[in-house]
Design a protein around this ligand. Sequence first.
Ligand SMILES: Cc1ncc(COP(=O)(O)O)c(C=O)c1O
Length: 417
Amino acid sequence: MEHNNSPQGGFSTRIIRRHFAKPDAHGAITLPIYKNAAFEFPDSESIAAAFQFRHELHTYTRISNPTVAGFEDKVKAASGAENVVALASGMAAIANTFMTIAYAGCNIVASPHLFGNTFAFFKSTLAEFGVEARFVNTDNLDEVAAAVDQNTCAFFCEILTNPHLEIANLPEIAKIMRAKHVPMVIDTTIIPWCGFEAKACGIDVEVVSTTKYISGGATTMGGVIVDHGTFDWQHNRKLAKAPQPKGMSQFMFKLKSEIARNMGACMPPDTAYLQALGMETLQLRYEKMSDTAYRLAQRLTHQKKIVKVSYPKLEASAYKALSDALFTGNPGAMLTISLESKEACYRLMDNLHVFRRATNLFDNKSLAIHPESTIYGTFSQEMKRVMGVEPELIRLSVGLEELEDLAADIEGALSKV
Ligand SMILES: Cc1ncc(COP(=O)(O)O)c(C=O)c1O
């Protein structure tokens, strides 16, 4: 049976009705898990053609796999992107992207307010290969523009910073980068595709930790690189001479034919199965979690023992206007609260019973963490200062429990502070 895969319908419809590239022999309506390593070919010419991207057959699971390709297709349906590569984690997506576009002597213009491992990847891992991270205040467009030179290989930031909850004016930064021929590589982990439009934000390449919203309840680790096909890679010194097969950018060709194969951080097929399933309920979960997060944030602003509640949709947020403009009214399920001291944070954390003390974001379960002592726990005081990590801050990720239970949990814990 042949299926019509044209990208019609609403967000969830597009994901759910997306059929796998080749109909299943038994007509299975959920993508089967192909756990095998290798695929057999009838003759030498057809296996050669598969290795050379002349047709889309799978050769070896580290290179491509039908179940993983099925998940990638659902990401294409959700994001509207031209090409998607799924990998073992969000960090694998970030590392593979920069291994593809960065070269010794180049620089990355980035916000310093990054997820801890991303910051360390730029500041330490890539620095040892001669790549410079130029950290800028993304609220200051002149500073952003001034940091770019002919060796800038990308502008990078998170769509909503974790845990600072800042929003860069992506459409304005994109205008600057377009003029200077620099790609916009954005980590969109914190807002899924039903919450923003990549083209309106001027994003060329997205990197995403699918461990978060996509996995459908923190079932598995995963990451995707999403190429919107909007950047002309002739302007990247390393990629200018790379081939450009039909339907693939030079970035994608280098990534698929060399970097991802050589780094070997492929997404396991059983992960792809669970994440494809997670995609089907993504919008439902996102809308419910965002709604609860907003109402919880509003309620917590009335608590005297809380010095500050940060959530982009609150009137008091400096980023409310950008949040409303870029995120279809839903800035997601992460919020932060600041207390008097680190000791007060520990006391509150230790008295939570519904929120789990755990890292990660956007699980079905609500999570609480003290970032300064955990995610950034091994960072020097200087690095913490550059990154703006405060010891008085708790990060909350709101799950699918009822608002009343979550609010009562925090209010109960506050009474012990
Ligand atoms: C914004 C952001 N990017 C990337 C990552 C890394 O993702 P992973 O843990 O899947 O490697 C995280 C993890 O928390 C994150 O919050």
